[in-house]
Write a protein that binds this ligand. Structure first.
Ligand SMILES: [Cu+2]
Length: 285
């Protein structure tokens, strides 16, 4: 019985390593129980983050194996039994050069894709539209400045209301602690600039599938971007410890077709008492 438990623990660690190595194999757009890899990437930035993660995992695994082999060999070969008279050598110029230069080369190999990725995620390309996210204790507020500046608050659906909410909105598998009463809607294949700030304390706007995570700081406007390649519903959570209900201010983003997005904007403008969208406001960015 005990042995079986140990065996299953070992196999789950093995599966974890395997999933870590091939992180793209996970398929969810939200966190799943026992998930070990990343969520499926739907933006180029997240694809690059996944590739970078996989590269690092290979490098760190090889280094760890190499160090382990050296340690075991040293313990065996230079034990008091096998090596009763230790050598008094303290310096070896060639060896010292090698163990300095090789790590430098490894770090450069890591630094090049790392900086490339950092700049790619940081520098916002020419955006097609802007969404502003404002963190509050404990919900998110959204504004669409390029579409007439309509806005709405987005609150988590409480456990007690989840079944009713799912039924009303025709959602098959409602995600506990992730569903919200309103959601961010954006068109597919569109570069969206996200401006993030907060009203009270630090919050962070994060969507794992987009590879986006940025702090909302009171009195400061941060910005990031994403360009989702696939329609769907993506979930994230506030990722800055912002108070007692920090774990209960999820983020829900719905990526829809451009036509569906236009229809949604029209409905939102109508609800906000704004005139229908005119074409010259479309390409603000
Ligand atoms: Cu928060």
């Amino acid at each position: 019985m005990r042995f079986n438990k140990i065996l299953s623990a070992i196999s789950s660690i093995g599966a974890g390593l395997f999933c870590g190595l091939f992180a793209t194999s996970a398929s969810a757009t939200f966190a799943e129980p026992w998930q070990t890899g990343f969520q499926t990437a739907v933006t180029e930035v997240m694809e690059d983050i996944t590739d970078f993660h996989n590269l690092l995992l290979v490098i760190i695994t090889l280094i760890t194996i190499f160090v382990l082999v050296l340690l075991v060999y040293t313990m065996w070969r230079f034990s008091a039994k096998r090596n009763p008279v230790p050598s008094k050598t303290t310096h070896h110029a060639m060896l010292e050069m090698v163990w300095t230069i090789v790590p430098v080369i490894i770090l450069v190999v890591i630094a090049v894709p790392s900086f490339k990725l950092l700049y790619k995620a940081d520098v916002v390309p020419k955006a097609d539209m802007t969404v502003k996210a404002i963190g509050n204790q404990w919900y998110w507020q959204y504004e669409y400045p390029d579409h007439g500046n309509f806005g709405f608050a987005s609150n988590m659906i409480q456990d007690a209301d989840l079944a009713k909410f799912a039924k009303e909105n025709n959602i098959k598998n409602p995600k506990r602690l992730l569903e919200t009463d309103t959601e961010v809607v954006v068109p597919v294949n569109t570069t969206v600039r996200v401006q993030v700030t907060a009203n009270d304390v630090l919050h962070a706007w994060a969507i794992p599938a987009f590879g986006v995570k940025i702090d909302g700081v009171p009195g400061r406007l941060n910005q990031t971007w994403f360009n989702a390649k696939k329609e769907g519903t993506y979930y994230g959570q506030c990722s800055e410890l912002c108070g007692v209900n920090h774990g209960f201010m999820p983020i829900k983003v719905k990526v829809v077709s451009k036509a569906a997005f236009d229809a949604w904007v029209t409905a939102q403008r109508k609800a906000a008492g704004l005139a229908p969208m005119t074409s010259e406001r479309r390409d603000v960015g």
